[in-house]
Design a protein around this ligand. Sequence first.
Ligand code: F6P
Length: 467
Amino acid sequence: MTAPLLLASNRGPLSFGEDARGDLVAQRGAGGLVSAVAGACAAGEALWVCAALSAADRRAVRYGQVPAGVQMLDLDPVTFDRAYNRVANATLWFVSHLLFDTATTPVFDSRTRREWAAYRAYGAAFTEALAEAASPGAAVLVQDYHLALTPRQLRERRPDLRIGHFSHTPWAPPEYFCLLPDEIAQEVLLGMLGADAVGFHSRRWAEAFARCCVDVLGADLSGDVLTHEGHRTRVSVHPLGIDRAELQQRAAQPDVQGRLPLLREQVGGCQLILRIDRTELSKNIVRGLEAYRELLRIQPQWRRKVVHLAFAYPSRHDLPEYRAYTGEVQRVAREVNEEFALDGWLPVQLEVRDDYPRSLAAYTLADVLLVNPLRDGMNLVAKEGPVLSARGVSLVLSRQAGAADELGADAHLVNPYDVVQTAQALHDALSTPPAQRAERSARLAAAATALPPQAWLDAQLAALPPG
Ligand code: F6P
């Protein structure tokens, strides 16, 4: 059977774990996109192609336990490691988020070229699966930097398909993008221009991509259409938002409500500054803690009056840079407590265990939400917080997050590198009168829900040529 709508992403809509007896247990991914597409997948109208990410996922593939509507690719582990860890996460992610410490990194050598060959093979495995499963003229929505090469590969294999590519990351300006070896930079751009439409969360990232295509490939840009080698690619902006009803229903579940008493105890009678992130270099957690330390130093009236809950969940621990960063986050949190803790008051409470219901519960209690990434494609934490806040939340937001485009007017915007400015923004956010805070928070929630996942998906489809 073939499908008229296909989605492709590295991480799929579900993953497998094992219970105490070693039996496979499927877990659905959190987030509105999964809900938006799950129904169509189950009804056989859509197919989601993704990679098997763990040993349990691989077992599920081998024992035929992956449900209809999802195809998990059991890729060679060495190819997967090189493509996912080395190329996608340690190279392309670092380029799009400007994360290299350029005095010493990156160094592109012959190992880079071997890893690049694996990235190509990984993309080709997706291409093959999509080409086999797509019905004539089907729409194929390819997601993210893991799969930059797939649109072109797929167009060569199946010219009848209508192909979109969406980047959930920022895009680097040409002078930074060109750190990549020339042939790799060209292949990435050519790969994406194989699509009929490429999408981004922010106009800033869309414009940076278009500039790269013009500068590196000599593509022609006219309005929002890039033309290269006779093929036209539309560049569009679809800022993903939140499904308010779905998120609120999830937050009303007993597992979320049951987390509230302990959280209230942790916060005591203080105001709560909350952050929720994957422990990811671009999230800038260390400078967030530094800014909080600065606040307690220069505005001592907040001592004993405020608690900072920092949820920093594990991410990409196969990369040494990420393991080192986690250590740094823990070290700075410890230092702040050593400097300021008093009897009955622990200023920073860092939680590194992933607990989604606890995160949702914490949103409802937060007075201030700190979202200070160095650079971020969108950042849905900044959008979820105002939607779930009970009394209204003040948002301290990095101007480098895609979400700043829509939320900037009612947030306290900061330069994420400036911890003095961020400390001042925390002070202003804590000091905002309740009525003003509630009004701003309501406007933030309205902006955050402007393009919920189903509408976002429809917008991507509408950007493709008609079927
Ligand atoms: O947050 C941006 C993003 O690119 C998401 O689209 C994607 O799911 C994620 O990062 C990739 O993270 P991971 O390596 O944990 O799958």
